[in-house]
Design a protein around this ligand. Sequence first.
Ligand code: GLC
Length: 460
Amino acid sequence: MSRAFLCAVCLLVLATAAASVSPPQAETEAERQARMKWWTEARFGMFIHWGLYALPARHEWVRSRERMSDEAYAKYFAHFDPDLYDPHEWARAARLAGMKYFVVTTKHHEGFCLWDSKLTDYKATRTPCGKDLIKPLVEAMRAEGLRVGFYHSLLDWHHPDYTIDVYHPMRDDKAFIEKAKTRDLDKYVDYLFAQLKELLTEFGRIDTLFLDFSFPGPKGKGRNEWKSERLLKMIRELQPGIIVNDRLDLLDVPGGWDFRTPEQFMPREWVSVDGRPVPWETCQTFSGSWGYDRDEPTWKSVPQLVAMLIETVSKGGNLLLNVGPTGRGTFDARAVDRLQGIGAWMEKNGRSIYGCTQAPADLPRPANCLLTYNPGTERLYVHVLEWPLGILALDGFAGRVEYAQLLHDASEVAFTEKGGEAGFMPGSRGKEAGNTLTLRLPVRKPDVEVPVIELFLKRR
Ligand code: GLC
């Protein structure tokens, strides 16, 4: 056989293999938008990080940070007993905060499983807890009207075939590394596939999946190690409507992800890929930790969190806000306080969040304000972060507004435009510039965290 012929055969084999593993994405743009519609309109979800790390209560990475061995970490498994766990209470808290979906850690990097997986004994049912924690949560959340999401860790610091990498807790232990040389990552990856199959077949419809994470390169793991394309193909076959995040290391593969996931920071503008704005969801913590962290002091305030939600939507994104429940199975007082504070604001102002997105480019943002826009109702929302004295001038808005009101109590906001009087106090009178619309506001800031002015735009 000639070498050229052999090469051609090899190429053919490679090409078929590549084609058969790529994710099924014969979807049109309109179909993709329809699949993601509920998610785009929901805008606000609850992330839940729960696992054995709730007991040390000093960050979910504690095992890796402190280089803890399996034996050292075993005490948390032996004492895991969330006796106050009431999933209905969690679901209610999420709904009252205004959240429309939730994403719970089925397994975090520590490898501990919250559901009753048939593939391991490293699970909640084998601890003093003795219960599957995921099934009742899924049911309770659905009963409160929330969509269901699973977070699943690609990493696994407990599995006997998971190879030692830059993040592994035993990465500095030479004797351990030597012994671990016989580990077979493929066996772990089979386990990963099989566990995801359980999760995607035993809990009904799963709306969104958050896989975490890839770190390709020397001593790392990425698409080749996880067999990401095959994994994603399986996921989409098992749950055709599912919305999947972007951490499988398939950013350059068509259909390899549904949304980007900026974590713990606020993007400066609508997140884009190759110059195109894309769906995105930022995940954020109340404090600096995802897992319950007793002594973490940097908790964000309610006004900060409300502003974070508004800013996210004003840039076309979703906010997934995290709660780290305690080892007793409760949301701690600080989390309850923040959820209630956001909920109080959302109850009256949710209309400026749900179904909303970035404002049209020809309506510029006034100083100290954030804008959102509902393209269906053609209403624009002005979120006033710093309450001004008596008037708010909106340059570029003249001729565009039919009616204005404060959102929380539907009280009319009077306005003048195009040559009206800009000021109402002696000495500050002056004619407006041609394109300015001036809102006349009460001097006293309304009693809501961030007041919102709802502008009914003229239909064009
Ligand atoms: C990170 C961390 C992790 C957390 C996650 C949330 O990748 O590894 O602890 O679960 O981000 O997005």
